[in-house]
Design a binder for this molecule. Structure first.
Ligand code: HEM
Length: 404
């Protein structure tokens, strides 16, 4: 434990000064000085922190590494996530073979082909929201008026939840991913959502449609393969994982482009094919999944020349790996023409994001539409006045006042 560095900032994007789109300098320095080293957490534990791109991928692909939150050395983000993990087990907390079986139940719903088929519907949702925004007050907060409703509407559509559920989804996922959540509030929100989703399983069982919950109700619940509770838990994961993430990428991505006008111009005015590339580069550059990937070693393993022993926690810092110059030359520059698709913003290995094809289609539609339809879009306040969610699960802007 000779290199345990006490009290490192836990949230890589948290910083007192500097560019709001860059990870903290202390953590960035680790890439050079101590790419595999210890960090002290809120509960006094000292898991390993892994920062290099190659090491990050090696950990995430290693079957000797576990996501089992019940293991004593597991590096929990905070007391709330520890309590919630003890109470609810989703795909994200399952190891093989259980993980393989459960993930297989959902993979067909998130295949690229299916997500591409949703593109026209997503385009309609985005166009309608832009129409509403243009007809409303100017300036407006882009987070409330646009970034949050896009994934809310898409996820309602996908799950087969009525549009009226949007407010509930919105409120609950906000409570679950906010900074310094109140444990009781978080538990109550999670229970409320579960109760709603369990009832939705019943409704879909009685009257199935063409959506994820209907399929799970008919194929899994009716046959006794899954309980209502298990399906509700899967629904909760999809909601929480797919709502604030995409909303954050829409708002923070827009803030980053507005702060880099040459890049915004390229996305808006150049070949439309550039948009898909720009989405990957923004995912890399912003690396919003701020609590990073957390694991515990099931066996001794060597990573980057360091021995990690069985039972020791590992935090994989994707945001620093996505700025590793050995994988991305000149990594601190936002360059929408760069080939960045090999980034680890969606994770890597068995647990890599199940919804990445959906997220890609949503972001491509948004980035290809918003700036073309509102070419004069601009920040309504100086960049320095924006406030950022520095210790939330996802790093983003709290509000994005824009004008046109
Ligand atoms: C820009 C948007 C998104 C980002 C940056 C993102 C990021 C991630 C990351 C990094 C992981 C891996 C976590 C780990 O290794 O511990 C993950 C897993 C996951 N994501 Fe996403 N995600 C996004 C959108 C979505 C959407 C739209 C959905 C679905 C509606 C979704 C569903 C999931 C699920 C179910 C998992 C768990 C997979 C597993 O454990 O096997 N995500 N996501």
């Amino acid at each position: 434990m000779a290199d345990a560095r006490p009290e490192m900032p836990m949230f890589p994007m948290a910083r007192a000064t500097g560019c709001p789109f860059d990870p903290s300098p202390e953590l960035s320095r680790r890439l050079e000085d101590a790419p595999v080293s210890r960090v002290r957490l809120w509960d006094g534990s000292t898991p390993w922190m892994v920062t290099r791109y190659a090491d990050v991928r090696a950990v995430l692909a290693d079957p000797r590494v576990s996501v089992d939150v019940a293991q004593p050395g597991f590096p929990h983000t905070n007391a709330v996530s520890k309590a919630r993990d003890a109470h609810m087990k989703t795909l994200m907390q399952m190891d093989a073979p259980e993980h393989i079986t459960q993930r297989r139940l959902l993979t067909s719903d998130f295949m690229i082909r299916r997500m591409e088929a949703l593109r026209p519907r997503i385009q309609r949702i985005v166009d309608d929201l832009i129409d509403e925004m243009l007809a409303g007050p100017n300036p407006v907060d882009l987070v409330e008026a646009f970034a949050l409703p896009v994934p809310s509407l898409v996820i309602c559509e996908l799950l087969g939840a009525p549009y009226t559920a949007r407010d509930l989804f919105h409120r609950v996922s906000r409570t679950l991913v906010m900074d310094e959540p109140d444990p009781e509030q978080a538990m109550a929100a999670s229970e409320e959502l579960n109760a709603y989703l369990e009832e939705l399983v019943d409704r879909k069982n009685a009257e199935p449609g063409d959506d994820v919950f209907s399929r799970l109700a008919v194929e899994q619940y009716r046959t006794g393969a899954m309980t209502r509770r298990e399906i509700a838990t899967a629904g909760q994961l999809l909601l929480v994982a797919g709502h604030d993430t995409t909303a954050t990428m829409i708002a923070l991505g827009t803030a980053a482009l507005l702060a880099h006008p040459d890049q915004l111009r390229a996305v808006r005015d150049d070949d439309p094919a550039l948009v898909a590339n720009a989405a990957e580069e923004l995912l890399r550059y912003l690396s919003i999944t701020h609590t990073e990937a957390r694991r515990v070693a099931r066996e001794d393993l060597e990573i980057g020349g360091r021995l990690i022993r069985k039972g020791e926690g590992i935090i994989v810092v994707k945001s620093i790996a996505n700025r590793d110059p050995s994988a991305f030359p000149d990594p601190d520059t936002l360059d929408v023409r760069r080939r960045a698709r090999h980034h680890v913003a969606f994770g890597f290995g068995a647990h890599q994001c199940l919804g990445q094809s959906l997220a890609r289609v949503e972001l491509q539609v948004v980035y290809s539409t918003l700036y073309r339809r509102i070419p004069t879009l601009a920040l309504a306040v100086p960049l320095e006045q924006l406030t950022f969610k520095e210790s939330a699960v996802f790093y983003g802007v709290r509000e994005l006042p824009v004008t046109w």
